[in-house]
Design a protein around this ligand. Structure first.
Ligand SMILES: CC(C)(COP(=O)(O)OP(=O)(O)OC[C@H]1O[C@@H](n2cnc3c(N)ncnc32)[C@H](O)[C@@H]1OP(=O)(O)O)[C@@H](O)C(=O)NCCC(=O)NCCS
Length: 187
């Protein structure tokens, strides 16, 4: 089932093949593709098309929910966010990226917060986790801002571009998220 999510400034919708050229233009950047384990570099039109096709199959099977991030003000595609669904463990991994021109304006925090809500309320997850490379603290900051907790560092867990990289693991559990949604007691 296809889902479209909305926030104050953004629409999150499933990617379409017509988005491929725009996705490639933004993702074919070492500062973007270099921060996500599954992203190839160079990031070609075919890379974008295969992510979109795989995404359609995964949405169909309920394994993952990829979204492109559209800025409402100008209808521009500025990045992507995805949440997986490992059904057996009711757990999902979230990942995200933005084109460089759009960094530092709170867009990913806004998108990721909405996707966490979707993961708990619609997908029915119990745990949502995300990892970031040790040399990418901005992504860790997003995880903190959306209420995820640091759980530890997986030392040299992956090799990206021939170099071992430390991964910092963050997660939020459904109960914690529910608590954070309830209104704070009146003072
Ligand atoms: C990391 C990324 C997703 C952040 O998206 P964004 O929309 O710019 O993030 P936001 O503006 O919502 O928040 C970024 C936070 O990181 C902080 N930050 C930025 N650079 C930082 C740095 N070098 N060290 C520490 N914090 C940093 C910002 O100050 C901000 O926190 P604040 O609101 O407390 O000031 C974006 O830069 C990106 O797409 N990078 C390339 C791909 C990527 O790294 N994806 C994540 C892989 S795990």
């Amino acid at each position: 089932m296809m889902h479209i999510l909305e926030t104050e400034r953004l629409i999150l919708r499933p990617p379409e093949l017509a988005d491929a050229a725009r996705i490639q233009a933004l993702a074919d950047d070492p500062d973007v593709a270099g921060m996500l384990t599954p992203m190839p570099f160079p990031y070609t039109l075919e890379s974008a098309e295969s992510w979109i096709r795989l995404g359609h199959a995964e949405i169909e099977s309920g394994e993952s929910y990829p979204f492109v991030i559209i800025r409402k003000a100008d209808n521009l595609l500025i990045g992507a966010v995805e949440i997986g669904n490992e059904v057996r463990h009711h757990r999902g991994e979230m990942g995200y990226w933005l084109g460089k021109a759009y960094w530092g304006q709170g867009y990913v925090t806004e998108a990721a917060r909405r996707v966490v809500q979707f993961g708990f309320e619609v997908v029915g997850l119990h745990r949502i986790f995300a990892t970031h490379y040790a040399h990418n603290p901005a992504s860790g900051r997003v995880m903190q801002k959306i209420g995820m907790k640091y759980e530890g560092t997986l030392r040299g867990h992956i090799v990206k571009w021939d170099k071992p990289v430390d991964l910092l693991m963050y997660a939020i559990l459904r109960d914690e998220w529910h608590l954070s949604q309830s209104p704070s007691p009146a003072s």
